[in-house]
Design a protein around this ligand. Structure first.
Ligand SMILES: CC(C)(COP(=O)(O)OP(=O)(O)OC[C@H]1O[C@@H](n2cnc3c(N)ncnc32)[C@H](O)[C@@H]1OP(=O)(O)O)[C@@H](O)C(=O)NCCC(=O)NCCS
Length: 400
């Protein structure tokens, strides 16, 4: 066998459904049909790809039963009309499901096993509430392997406020307000819409409809309004529905290819993969996960945080983003961070969110050719973080 060479991997394109509120506009829409929309739109937008050249379809979901079951990458690609010769499978790393679908298929491309892959995620939290069907081993608690708060994500965020008391509720609320404001501005500028695929909706009361924009944003949010919200996870706590991501429905997907295949077929090359890493922390402070995963990804790439010009950080909770920013010495309102707002405004359909971050980073790279590197990072249940570092293919070579 000839000696093997690692190949560069590029992010060709990404799209997502508009995100809905659980029990909202997608109440009667199946999760697998949302993935079908994403796959069909990816193939429509990138019609230079012969469908039979797709080597695998990896789709993540946290709850893999019902319309998110049947190894959803395969089920959705057959439903989407990809040739039946194209395989597919399901992936789970909870909130970092789609991110893991990307890193896993990208690794296979770099290794030479695949030329082109589709990677994404879906979560219909209305149909599959968080924790549905789970059966945690009693030894977790009986043997004190993890703290009881570790299994409720809102409690882990309260724990972060305890661990880092400089991260006050006021700072969290101010961060949440800014997320809503940045998101409203991005919508007004038309920066979100180009990567959304419209989805037909229906409801007994409302009849047929078409979802074209995210349902969760609250552009009218104020600091005064946020200050009055209840703290559902702890009496007199810090986490509220205003400074946390909500319960949402949505699907995302992207096309990855080896750079040589992209060149061969004349595909777009929006970003180039630099490195990635996942890391674990104590499960009761799971929101801290992006700190070590980013450290690891930077080390592997021989880079420092100062090399990063754009950050897409999933906002599971404001405090969790702030813990990352504080660690790396970045201001709460640093203009490099979440330019279009984040999950606090747009929503966080768990396993789908990782690719939303990438879609947005790719668009920001095009808007900012002076930036060379960016990261997508997110925290993960059971105490993990994931980070992917990307290079801007539009980089003009001037500065960071
Ligand atoms: C925090 C949480 C419990 C809130 O759930 P909820 O009560 O269904 O949330 P709602 O959207 O109905 O909001 C509750 C109230 O806050 C209000 N509210 C929410 N955001 C607001 C804002 N930005 N400004 C003003 N009011 C707001 C709503 O209007 C609602 O008011 P009402 O009760 O008078 O109708 C839920 O969103 C949650 O669990 N989030 C975390 C999800 C998670 O853990 N994800 C995984 C991360 S690892």
């Amino acid at each position: 066998m000839s000696s093997r060479q690692v190949r560069d991997v590029v992010f060709v394109d990404g799209v997502r459904t508009p995100f809905g509120k659980a029990k909202g506009m997608y109440s009667e829409t199946r999760a697998d049909d949302m993935v079908v929309k994403v796959i069909r739109e990816l193939m429509r937008r990138n019609d230079a790809i012969p469908p039979e050249r797709v080597d695998d379809v990896a789709v993540a979901a946290t709850t893999q039963t019902g319309d998110q079951g049947l190894t959803i990458g395969r089920a959705a690609s057959v439903l989407a009309g990809l040739p039946k010769s194209v395989p597919g499978y399901a992936i789970d790393r909870m909130c970092a499901g789609a991110m893991t679908a990307v890193t896993t298929t990208a690794a296979a491309i770099a290794f030479g096993a695949y030329d082109i892959a589709i990677a994404g995620g879906v979560e219909h939290m209305g149909r599959h509430p968080m924790g549905e069907g789970v059966d945690p081993n009693p030894r977790f608690l009986a043997d004190k392997i993890v703290d009881p708060s570790a299994l409720v994500m809102g409690n882990t965020a309260e724990n972060l406020h305890d661990m880092l008391p400089q991260l006050t509720k006021e700072r969290a609320d101010a961060y949440a307000l800014a997320s809503q404001q940045k998101n409203a501005k991005a919508y007004a500028n038309g920066q979100i819409q180009p990567d959304l695929v419209p989805v037909a909706t229906r409801s007994v009361e409302g009849g047929w409809g078409l979802a074209t924009v995210d349902e969760p944003p609250r552009p009218g949010t104020t600091m005064e309004g946020l200050a009055t919200l209840k703290t559902p996870f702890r009496p007199h706590g810090n986490i509220t529905p205003g400074n946390a991501a909500g319960l949402n429905d949505g699907a995302t997907g992207c096309i990855l290819a080896s750079e040589e295949t992209a060149d061969e077929l004349g595909l777009q090359k929006k970003m180039r993969l630099v490195s990635f890493a996942f890391a674990g922390v104590e499960p009761e402070v799971m929101g801290y996960g992006p700190v070590p995963s980013t450290k690891k990804a930077l080390e592997k790439a021989g880079m420092t945080i100062d090399d990063i010009g754009l950050f897409e950080i999933n906002e599971a909770f404001a405090v969790q983003v702030l813990s990352f920013l504080d660690y790396y010495g970045i201001d709460d309102d640093d203009p490099r961070v979440n330019l279009y707002g984040g999950a606090i405004a747009m929503g966080h359909p768990l396993a789908s969110s990782g690719v939303r971050l990438m879609i947005q980073l790719a668009r920001q790279f095009a808007e900012h050719p002076e930036v060379r590197y960016g990261i997508t990072t997110m925290c993960v249940g059971m105490g993990m973080g994931g980070t992917v570092i990307w290079e801007n293919t539009n980089w003009t070579g001037d500065e960071k």
